[in-house]
Design a binder for this molecule. Structure first.
Ligand code: 5GP
Length: 321
């Protein structure tokens, strides 16, 4: 499919690139890297996102050129949708009638586009974008390397998630040789939290619950407001619950303004949380997934925890067989 993607790119001149709403490091990093690769190939390329670039990714090369909009307008000949399993998850209007290229590494990825390159073996969509650059003969500049490295660093949970392997480190090495600065990338992401985020973490931890190998935390809309926290300040909070010894799976519940709950699920590897998220209409990876549920909180928690318990007993069952 990589050849097919390149063939379609060769035949066109003007591209729009996007990813899912509430973009994470892989969404932003892979889109910014892909935009630079296309421009190196002599194409015109713009990155359009439904939500603004989160603060911790604003120092990435060309992040200041990302257009923040509800709608894709313009005479683009194709849209490249990265790290996203549907048009709906982009939350952008104006994509439906366009020629669509889908580049994704999610286990739950779907072939919704005209050309679909889905590789769940890639640890980040950024890895696929890097392969695209190599296949196209594009020089990987320090700027491209920095964007791909950020995608790799964040989507592997700082090289800690299940699935991180020797290929991941080989790629990281190539990116560092190409000019990515690991200390600077880490500093921008992990040592750059807002004060509001740390306050929100405090609030979330006051709602910490533990039940054997499961742990969960939550924040209400009121706590979000009291902490003056933004949506992006919720990213990564779930990892503090997962950090507890003997906890296998952690969940983070966030109340949305409409009373629904966004749920982030993380696993240390024994349980596939993509299956659980999918059973509620969401998706993701074996170790990191998400979904949305109706409130109230007690009901949302009960449904998710019940499903996690079912998943963990069936996973144990299958490993015994
Ligand atoms: P997070 O918990 O950080 O929002 O998401 C973790 C992973 O699950 C990411 O790879 C993200 O793309 C995926 N994910 C989160 N929410 C959803 C959802 O509602 N639908 C799908 N398909 N994937 C999701």
């Amino acid at each position: 499919m990589l050849e097919e993607v390149l063939k379609q790119i060769e035949q066109r001149r003007h591209f729009v690139l996007t990813s899912h709403a509430r973009p994470d490091g892989d969404a932003i990093g892979s889109a910014l890297a892909c935009g630079q690769i296309l421009r190196s190939l002599g194409k015109k390329a713009e990155v359009v996102m439904h939500d603004p670039v989160p603060r911790i990714y604003q120092r990435l090369p060309f992040a200041d050129k990302v257009l923040h909009s509800q709608r894709v307008k313009g005479d683009y000949e194709a849209a490249i949708i990265l790290e996203c399993d549907s048009i709906q998850r982009t939350r952008l209007d104006g994509l439906e009638e366009r020629f669509l290229i889908n580049i994704d590494h999610h286990l739950t990825g779907r072939p919704f586009a005209h050309v679909n390159w889905i590789d769940p073996d890639a640890v980040a969509t950024g890895e696929m974008v890097y392969r695209l650059a190599r296949q196209a003969g594009v020089k990987v500049t320090p700027e491209i390397a920095t964007c791909v490295y950020t995608a790799l660093l964040t989507d592997t949970g700082s090289f800690m998630f299940q699935g991180t392997n020797e290929r991941t480190f080989a790629l990281a090495r190539e990116l560092v040789l190409a000019g990515a600065d690991p200390a600077q990338c880490a500093r921008n992401i992990y040592f750059a939290h807002s004060t509001a985020k740390m306050r929100l973490l405090g609030a979330a931890l006051t709602n910490l619950h533990r039940d054997e190998e499961l742990a969960w935390i939550s924040v209400t809309q009121q706590q979000m407001e009291q902490c003056e926290a933004k949506e992006e300040d919720c990213e990564g909070l779930v990892n503090y619950a997962l950090a507890i010894q003997d906890v296998e799976v952690a969940a983070f519940f966030r109340e949305l303004p409409d009373g629904r709950y966004r749920v982030s699920l993380r696993s240390k590897g024994e349980l596939n949380v993509a299956d659980v998220a999918e059973s509620f209409g969401g998706g993701g990876h074996e170790c990191a997934s998400g979904c949305s549920l109706e409130g109230p909180l007690s009901v949302a928690v009960k449904r998710v925890i019940t499903q996690l318990r079912r998943g963990s007993s069936s996973d144990k069952g299958s490993s015994v067989q």
